[in-house]
Design a protein around this ligand. Structure first.
Ligand SMILES: [Zn+2]
Ligand SMILES: [Zn+2]
Length: 188
């Protein structure tokens, strides 16, 4: 085929682009095999894909192994990333659980009122558990429980032992400083 002829054909195709498209469409419509189309739901599609992947992997074990070895760095990196991602999820789950435990414990020791036993403050964020006999710190040390979340979990695990109450941060501080919250000293 001469160069001119090639050029000419190219030019013709360019000019008749739409016509060619129509023709192809028409041709496809007339020549396609008419078989009923199976419409799959997204779940079915996913399942089929999974089945296919599984069977492919079973058939290509050696190939996969070689690939893994060749790209060890990549796989290690991916594993680390996945561990990190799930770590975030785990941390979030723990945070929510700690939050729930704290609420349960505070509700129990304030007799369902969620308030400070001394001044009646209901500032949820400032409430905490107070050891009435003032030896909470030593006791926790002896029993090897931390403060905060581990302490709340411990109280729940041990069926809400007696000797605790709910105080707000102010009253807690006052009690620690003066042995008795100034609110109570005023009343006396
Ligand atoms: Zn208070
Ligand atoms: Zn007080």
């Amino acid at each position: 085929m001469s160069r001119d002829r090639l050029e000419y054909m190219r030019e013709w195709r360019r000019k008749n682009r739409e016509k060619i498209r129509q023709y192809k469409k028409e041709y496809y419509r007339n020549h396609r095999k008419l078989k009923p189309r199976i419409v799959l739901s997204p779940e079915e599609k996913k399942q089929r894909m999974n089945e296919y992947i599984r069977s492919w992997r079973a058939k290509n074990k050696e190939k996969l192994k070689a690939y893994r070895i060749k790209h060890l760095d990549l796989f290690q990196k991916r594993a680390r990333q996945s561990y990190y991602n799930h770590r975030q999820v785990r941390l979030e789950y723990k945070r929510q659980k700690d939050q729930r435990n704290r609420e349960i414990v505070l509700l129990y020791y304030s007799h369902g009122q969620m308030e400070c036993a001394c001044c009646g403050s209901t500032d949820k964020w400032s409430l905490s558990i107070d050891h009435i006999a003032n030896n909470g710190k030593e006791e926790r040390k002896q029993l090897k429980i931390g403060s905060g979340a581990p302490f709340y979990a411990w109280l729940i695990r041990h069926g809400f032992p007696e000797g605790y109450q709910v105080l707000c941060r102010n009253c807690n501080w006052g009690k620690r400083r003066f042995g008795k919250c100034p609110h109570q000293l005023k009343k006396a």
